[in-house]
Design a protein around this ligand. Structure first.
Ligand SMILES: [Zn+2]
Length: 182
C-alpha cells in the first residue's frame, strides 16, 4: 500500500524544498559570518512553489539602513538560482527586528568567536539590570567572551561595524566586540 504522500515524486519534491530552505537558512550574516541569517532571527519565512520553481522569502531588516540587507538579498537569489529557482525576497518592517530574536545557537556561536552576544532586552537576567518603572537608567553588564569576567568597559560605541561596540576587559585586558542589543 502506497499512499500519495510516500510516492517517490512527492518525496523528491519534499527533499528539494527542504534542501532549498536549509541552504537559504544557512546563509551567513555578511557582517558576522559566524552566524547564519536564521540564527540572527532575520529569516521569517521561506515558501517554496515546486511547480512554478519559485521561492518567496521574507526577511526582516536588522539595524535600519544596514547595507548588509542588500548582500543578504543577493545571496538568497544566488542560492535559489543555483538550484533552479527564482527567488522573490520581501522585507518585513513590522514587527521590528530586535536582538531578542537571535537564537541561543547564534549567541553561543558569537561567544565562541569572541564577540559578546547582545543582552536579552526582555528578561530580568544578569545582563541588564532594570530599575522600577519611571527610571529609564539601566546598567549593562557585558561579560567578556574570552575569560567570562563582567568587569568590562566600553571603548567605542562603534566597533568593526555599526552593529557592534568595542569593549575591553579589565580582567584579561583583551579588547572584544559586543553585538549591541536593540
Ligand atoms: Zn576577559
Amino acid at each position: 500500500m502506497v499512499t500519495s504522500a510516500t510516492t517517490p515524486t512527492t518525496v523528491a519534491v519534499a527533499t528539494a524544498t527542504f534542501d532549498l530552505r536549509a541552504a537559504i537558512a544557512s546563509i551567513p550574516d555578511p557582517e558576522v559570518p559566524v552566524i547564519t541569517i536564521e540564527d540572527l532571527g532575520i529569516l521569517c519565512e521561506v515558501v517554496v512553489d515546486e511547480q512554478a520553481r519559485t521561492v518567496n522569502v521574507l526577511i526582516t531588516p536588522t539595524y535600519s539602513g544596514c547595507p548588509a540587507m542588500d548582500a543578504i538579498r543577493q545571496h538568497i537569489e544566488h542560492v535559489a538560482r543555483r538550484r533552479g529557482y527564482t527567488a522573490s525576497v520581501q522585507t518585513r518592517l513590522s514587527p521590528a527586528w530586535t536582538t531578542d530574536l537571535m537564537s541561543a545557537t547564534g549567541r553561543d556561536k558569537l561567544r565562541e568567536f569572541g564577540i559578546a552576544p547582545p543582552g536579552q532586552r526582555s528578561d530580568q537576567g544578569s545582563d541588564v539590570v532594570r530599575y522600577p518603572v519611571g527610571v529609564s537608567l539601566t546598567i549593562r553588564r557585558v561579560t567578556c567572551p574570552l575569560c567570562g569576567s563582567v568587569d568590562t568597559q566600553e571603548i567605542s560605541r562603534f566597533g568593526s561595524t555599526a552593529c557592534k561596540a568595542l569593549r575591553r576587559c579589565n580582567e584579561c585586558r583583551e579588547p572584544f566586540d559586543e553585538f549591541k542589543s536593540i
